[in-house]
Write a protein that binds this ligand. Sequence first.
Ligand code: URA
Length: 338
Amino acid sequence: MDPAKRASVGARSDVREDARRDASSDSQLEDQVKDWLRYGEDLGLGPYYRDRAPLQVIAEATTAPLEPRDVATPSNISAAAPVAASATAPAVMAAVAPGRAPAAPINVAPSSASQKAATMAAMKTPPVAPSSTILPAAAAPSLFEAIDRVAGDSLPRIREDIGDCTRCKLHKGRTNIVFGVGNPKAELVFVGEGPGHDEDLKGEPFVGRAGKLLTQMIEAMGLRREDVYIANVVKCRPPENRLPEKDEISTCLPFLMRQLDVIKPKVICCLGSCSSQTLLQTTQGISKFRGEWFDFRGAKLIATYHPAYLLRNPPAKSEVWKDLQKVMAVLGLQPKKR
Ligand code: URA
């Protein structure tokens, strides 16, 4: 073949190869986007995705760009005067870092072709260092607003609706459903991940070692355990204390939402990555947003490290105490006198 023809054939095959590679990388990205969408659908977020206007991220004076997040709106009450920190820190809290590995992505999923293209472009862009200030502006009702509120709901009715639940595979290994415990009119609700061994046996959340530490934390805030309400993202124990899986979370979450709607707490304190990432719909590590305030379904939500994490990392207690002091400032609580 003459050289010019060979060059032109070569160039065409290079172009075809480039096009094939582009198509394959686009189809990989598309698969990823589809996975995200499927995950959102699993969580019952479909209507939410479809309703949402594009995110408007408000940049604060931070050095790093913000990672897009989708639902919660940090409120300005982080400026509320905190209770004086270290001087009053009880021994239990005197001596915090991220909890367990992030759950599966619950990120924004695109609904239109242009949103999809934007998401795919963003996925091609190398990730930027996340900021410690997360300021997504929800231009539409939050995800959980999209979960219907049940008229005339009550805790007993929710428990009755759960029944002897077999909705997800966690029922196979459970001894007891761990519904939640505490004051049905609590101003403060703690949300953990899921029952462990002791909780499964007793049917009550946070009664094991981590639970004892939680009780001490509550008392350090000048409250009793029975003053607050304590619940988990999932109500049955995951085998081997593994993280709850996305289908388990999406099955159980509506019951937690109903509990929160009935209790109407002023403050929701998420303990650890699982509950905070689930309620805030983010994959971001908890260390990036713990201690920040978010508006959540009429309540103020704050995330802090899980007591089980504190058992492994006692120095992290000081960070948790700072977070709890913010809660105390909002609820007008004084720390327990020693
Ligand atoms: N850890 C949790 O997240 N919840 C419990 O109820 C117990 C331990």
